[in-house]
Ligand binder design. Structure first.
Ligand code: GLA
Length: 391
C-alpha cells in the first residue's frame, strides 16, 4: 500500500514538525501531456494523463489567519506568512521559491471570497521538479483540495484548477495555461483527459495501453534550459498577436481548412509559424481522440511525432536533448515520440510496443551517452488518479 505508507510518512513528519496530528493527508499528481502542446492559452484542446507521482500534503486547520508551510524536498525550514500580505510575483509576504505555490493558492481562495483561516502544512512530493511533469501544479492542487475539504468550501474541481492557475499566474508570476492544474485535479485512473480549454468541457478517454501490449515511456532529459520562462511568455504573446491580426478571439477559432488563408494574411513569418503550430496541433488532438475512440491506438504514434516536428520547427520550443529522444526512439522501433510540456528541456514521451520497450529505452540511453549528455531518467507512464484525500 504505497499510498497509505506515504500518507503515514507525511503525517508522522507533520507530527514531528508541528507537535500535533494533521487533520488529514491529501495527494495530487503530476502529469504528462499526450498531445496538445501550447494550445491551452489559445482556447484549444489538450489531452494529459496523471502520473503515479504525487505531491502529498499533511494539513491542519488554524484559526488565526497564519500559514505555516514546510517541504520535505527543499531545505530551509518552516515558512511562516500571512497570505493577505502576498504580492504579485511571489516576492512579498515572505513566500519565495516553492512556498509561493501553496501560499498563492490560499491567497487565490481568499481573493475568491472563501474563508480560509490559516493552516499548518507539510508537503513531500515524488513528482520530479524541473522535469516538465507539473510538480508545481501538483503543489497547487494538493493545497487547494486540502483547503476545500478542511474548510468545507464546496468548490468543484475544475474551479480549484482555475484557482491554482491564478496562484501561478499572479502570485508566482508564471503565465501558464489551465492544462496542468486541470490534469492534477480532474484526471482519473486508466484515462487520458480530453479538455476543451475554452469551455473547460472534459471527457475521460479510456487509455489502457497495457491491455493493448503498448507502453508510454517518459524520458526525463534532466535538462532545463535557461531561456525557458521568458520564451514561454513570448510564445504566448506571439499567439495573441496572431489572433489579433486575424480578428479572432483566439487561435482556436482558426480551423485547419482556414489555415492557408490565415497564414497568407499574416505578414510576420515568426507569427505565421506559431499560428501554424497551434492550428495543426489542435487538429492533432482531435485526430488522436478519434483514433483512440476507434481502438486504433498504435496509429497515434506518427501523430505524436508530427506534433514534435511542429513544436521543434514552427513553435521552436524543443532542444537538442528532446530532439535526440525522439530521433533515437523512432530509429529504434518506437511507434512515435514527442516532447511533452512547455519545452526547452524537461521530458519527452515515447509510444512503444511492449516487446520493443527495452530495446528502445536502451537506444535512447546509448544515444545520450554518445552525445555526451547526462543520462536521462526513464519510466513508464501509468494513467493514474487525480487529486484525492488519503487520510
Ligand atoms: C506548461 C504550462 C501549460 C501549457 C504547457 C504547454 O506546462 O504550464 O499551461 O501551456 O506548458 O502545452
Amino acid at each position: 500500500m504505497a499510498f497509505a505508507d506515504g500518507a503515514d510518512g507525511v503525517a508522522a513528519a507533520f507530527r514531528a514538525l508541528y507537535g500535533s496530528r494533521p487533520d488529514g493527508v491529501w495527494a495530487a499528481p503530476g502529469r504528462v501531456n499526450l498531445i496538445g502542446e501550447h494550445t491551452d492559452y489559445n482556447d484549444g484542446f489538450v489531452m494529459p494523463l496523471a502520473l503515479p507521482h504525487t505531491a502529498l500534503a499533511a494539513v491542519a486547520r488554524r484559526t488565526d489567519g497564519l500559514l505555516r508551510l514546510h517541504s520535505a524536498d527543499v531545505p530551509g525550514g518552516v515558512v511562516e506568512l500571512r497570505p493577505e500580505a502576498l504580492e504579485p510575483g511571489g516576492t512579498g509576504g515572505g513566500a519565495g521559491g516553492w512556498a509561493a505555490y501553496p501560499a498563492g493558492v490560499v491567497r487565490a481562495l481568499l481573493d475568491a471570497g472563501h474563508a480560509v483561516t490559516g493552516a499548518d502544512v507539510h508537503i513531500a512530493s515524488t513528482v520530479p521538479a524541473g522535469a516538465g511533469l507539473s510538480s508545481s501544479a501538483a503543489l497547487e492542487i494538493v493545497t487547494a483540495l486540502a483547503c476545500n475539504d478542511l474548510f468545507g468550501l464546496g468548490v468543484p474541481r475544475w474551479q480549484l484548477a482555475r484557482l491554482g492557475r491564478r496562484a501561478e499566474n499572479v502570485y508566482v508570476g508564471v503565465p501558464c495555461g489551465i492544462m496542468d492544474q486541470t490534469a492534477s485535479a480532474c484526471c482519473t485512473e486508466g484515462h487520458a483527459l480530453h479538455l476543451d480549454t475554452r469551455d473547460l468541457a472534459q471527457r475521460q478517454v479510456p487509455f489502457d495501453l497495457a491491455a493493448e501490449g503498448l507502453r508510454l515511456l517518459v524520458v526525463d532529459t534532466r535538462v532545463q534550459h535557461e531561456l525557458g520562462e521568458g520564451a514561454y511568455a513570448r510564445r504566448r504573446a506571439a499567439c495573441e498577436e496572431g489572433a489579433r491580426a486575424l480578428g479572432v478571439p483566439a487561435l482556436r477559432d482558426i480551423t485547419p481548412e482556414g489555415l492557408d488563408e490565415a497564414l497568407a494574411a499574416l505578414g510576420d513569418p515568426v507569427v505565421r509559424r506559431r499560428v501554424r503550430h497551434v492550428v495543426t496541433e489542435n487538429a492533432r488532438v482531435e485526430q488522436v481522440l478519434g483514433l483512440l475512440d476507434r481502438g486504433e491506438t498504435p496509429a497515434i504514434g506518427p501523430v505524436l511525432t508530427a506534433g514534435h516536428t511542429s513544436l521543434r520547427d514552427d513553435f521552436e520550443v524543443s532542444c537538442a536533448e528532446l530532439d535526440l529522444v525522439v530521433a533515437s526512439a523512432n530509429a529504434s522501433g518506437a511507434l512515435g515520440a514527442r516532447m511533452t510540456g512547455g519545452g526547452f528541456g524537461g521530458s519527452a514521451i515515447v509510444l512503444v510496443e511492449e516487446a520493443a520497450a527495452d530495446a528502445v529505452a536502451r537506444a535512447v540511453t546509448d544515444a545520450f551517452a554518445s552525445a555526451g549528455h547526462r543520462a536521462p531518467r526513464l519510466f513508464t507512464a501509468v494513467p493514474s488518479a487525480g487529486a484525492r484525500r488519503l487520510a
